[in-house]
Write a protein that binds this ligand. Structure first.
Ligand code: HAM
Length: 431
């Protein structure tokens, strides 16, 4: 017997049962984004490899180790499955001159790909909802984006997601810090792991982002950027904090928060929960004022964040959330020739009235169909036999009302089924 083909490691199917939670999540997210005036943009999953190298930085985990890159066999072009959405969004912004006339608030969602070691909450294909703004330079938008997160957690019924905040200053300020970092880590060259040694002179800030437990003590003692920040950077950071304080949004300043991508300046933040184990960051982002220009566009201030959908859905499930999805209202049972001709029309007629119908497809007597109707969770069975069909009627049988199993059934005319059902729903609501 040949072996079943399995999904690629770290790339998961989202099965019914879980996928409903995703639907609810996505619906909530869409109306939340609208309430802040963000507009959708849909971007390709594959982009030219140099885009990510230039945007994320050559000396980062993502670019050095985690990208799914390949060469287009037809034209030799180096391509990569997007590991994140910001680079593609900025590419599209430049390509279509979106920010030429007015500032933009954009969002996207979809699969991202990183060749990481899979574990709970960390996958090789994962989903992000990303939010990006272009053309706003003040701390007000940074703060608004942070407060957006807080509102979404509330909308999703999640609590205990904590905010960490830091500033990465400006590139010139980081250059001074960099020299200090190199001098510091040089003293411990023999303790550094291979990655850290390689990055020491190319991108020492990345050492601060290392997850190697053996380096943590060294990282905690490393010199901080704070001493190199100028007054403008300080004022921007203070501006963000002021809005958060005014809004009553608690936060923790984490001077070690550096993010894993090179494009950030000034504000960076992460939303973290301790309920998901090691992969507790559910949402992260910050300001990236240099990126548009760096990718060939006109200098444009920018700020954004992305959330990990798998992690948030896991958190919703862990918090006991139930997807309040519309269920099935009617299971349509039919047997006999005349009945089976009438039944599809009845089903479509009910759907015209906004009633959700599961139509019995295939064979089966009344008894076995009724079992399926019971198991479907529908509130009603609409039962059509040839007798009913010839009389232009159906049998309407409530299956459950307010959790109680119901039994009384009644014959109703084809034209009044929808009204009968709606009225019953109203009665049940009042009861
Ligand atoms: P990031 O921190 O790399 O930032 O990813 C954002 C979020 O995506 C993480 O906080 C996490 O929830 C989720 N995530 C990342 N990697 C994985 C994975 N392997 N498995 C599951 N979830 C994951 C960015 O991607 C930036 N583009 C965010 C941004 C937008 N900054 C400015 N604008």
């Amino acid at each position: 017997m040949s072996q079943h083909i399995q999904s690629v490691r770290g790339m998961n199917d989202i099965l019914p049962g879980e996928a409903e939670f995703w639907d609810v999540f996505e619906e909530t997210v869409r109306s939340w984004l609208k309430s802040y005036g963000y507009r959708p943009i849909r971007l390709p999953i594959v982009e030219p490899t140099p885009l990510f190298k230039r945007a994320i930085g050559e000396v980062t985990d993502i670019v050095e180790k985690e990208m799914y890159s390949f060469v287009d066999s037809l034209n030799g072009e180096p391509l990569t499955l997007r590991p994140e959405g910001t680079a593609g969004c900025v590419r599209a912004l430049i390509q279509h001159k979106l920010a030429a006339q007015q500032p933009q608030r954009l969002y996207y969602q979809g699969q991202m790909f990183r060749h990481e070691r899979p574990q709970k909450g960390r996958y090789r294909q994962f989903n992000q909802v990303g939010v990006e703004s272009f053309g706003f330079s003040g701390p007000d938008i940074d703060a608004e984006q942070i407060l957006m997160g807080a509102r979404l957690w509330a909308d999703l019924g999640l609590d205990g997601i904590k905010l960490q905040l830091n500033t990465l200053g400006q590139p010139e300020e980081r250059a001074n810090h960099r020299a200090e970092l190199i001098a510091y880590f040089e003293k411990y060259a023999d303790v550094l792991d291979e990655d850290a040694r390689r990055r020491l002179y190319t991108n020492p800030l990345r050492i601060l982002d290392s997850k190697n437990p053996a380096l943590q003590e060294l990282i905690v003692m490393a010199p901080l950027l704070t001493n190199h920040l100028g007054s403008d950077s300080m004022a921007h950071f203070e501006g963000v904090q002021q809005v958060l304080r005014d809004a009553g949004q608690p936060f923790e300043i984490n001077r070690r928060l550096v993010r894993g991508l090179d494009y950030y300046n000034l504000t960076v933040f992460e939303w973290v929960t301790d309920r998901l184990g090691a992969q507790g960051t559910v949402c992260a982002g910050g300001r990236y004022d240099g990126l548009v220009e760096q990718l060939g566009g006109k200098s444009t201030p920018a700020c954004g964040f992305a959330m990990g959908v798998e992690r948030l859905v896991a958190l919703i499930r862990e918090s006991g959330g139930e997807p309040a999805l519309e269920g099935i209202d009617v299971y349509l049972v039919h047997q006999g020739e005349a009945a089976s001709r009438l039944a599809p029309r009845v089903a479509e007629g009910l759907r015209d009235q906004g009633i959700n119908v599961l139509f019995h497809c295939g064979d089966g007597g009344f008894k076995s169909q009724m079992k399926k109707a019971d198991a479907s969770g529908a509130a009603f069975a609409v039962i059509i036999g040839d007798d009913e069909a010839n009389a232009g009627q159906v049998m309407l049988k409530p299956l459950r009302a307010n959790g109680e199993v119901q039994n009384e059934q009644r014959r109703v005319g084809v034209d009044s089924i929808a009204d009968e059902i709606m009225n019953s729903f109203l009665d049940w609501e009042e009861a």
